[in-house]
Design a protein around this ligand. Structure first.
Ligand code: SF4
Length: 115
């Protein structure tokens, strides 16, 4: 049975998205420090955080509209690789953070967060 994304939007609110080299060089995505232009050396871009997607003031991804990704067809590799129901060890810490946030939200009954 294939488990579907519940579209809670938590992962798009909690985590920074790092672009791969091709994505960064494409210039298609809104990135940290974009006002200074692309950095030619990708390794330097990674080191200074310029290869990560820009964040909105609340820390969420600028492409998140409601609880949906507005660039779903071209979302970065980091986004299509991650799934909060994954059994992969590499996502374990991220999944734990999502669970904690869900628990916190349900404990405080912050239903407006998802509206
Ligand atoms: S690009 Fe789309 S899937 Fe990736 S964090 Fe932003 S809204 Fe979520």
């Amino acid at each position: 049975m294939k488990i579907k994304c519940s579209q809670c939007g938590l992962c798009c609110r909690l985590f920074l998205v790092t672009l791969n080299e091709e994505e960064y060089r494409s210039g298609k995505y809104r990135t940290q420090f974009e006002e200074f232009g692309l950095i030619k050396d990708f390794h330097k871009a990674v080191a200074c955080g310029a290869s990560t997607l820009k964040e909105k003031e609340d820390g969420s991804c600028p492409y998140l509209k409601g609880n949906k990704c507005s660039i779903h067809q071209i979302r970065p590799q980091a986004c299509w690789e991650f799934f909060c129901a994954s059994k992969s060890k590499k996502f374990r810490k991220m999944i734990e953070q999502i669970k904690k946030k869900r628990d916190k939200l349900s404990a405080s009954e912050a239903g407006t967060f998802f509206s």
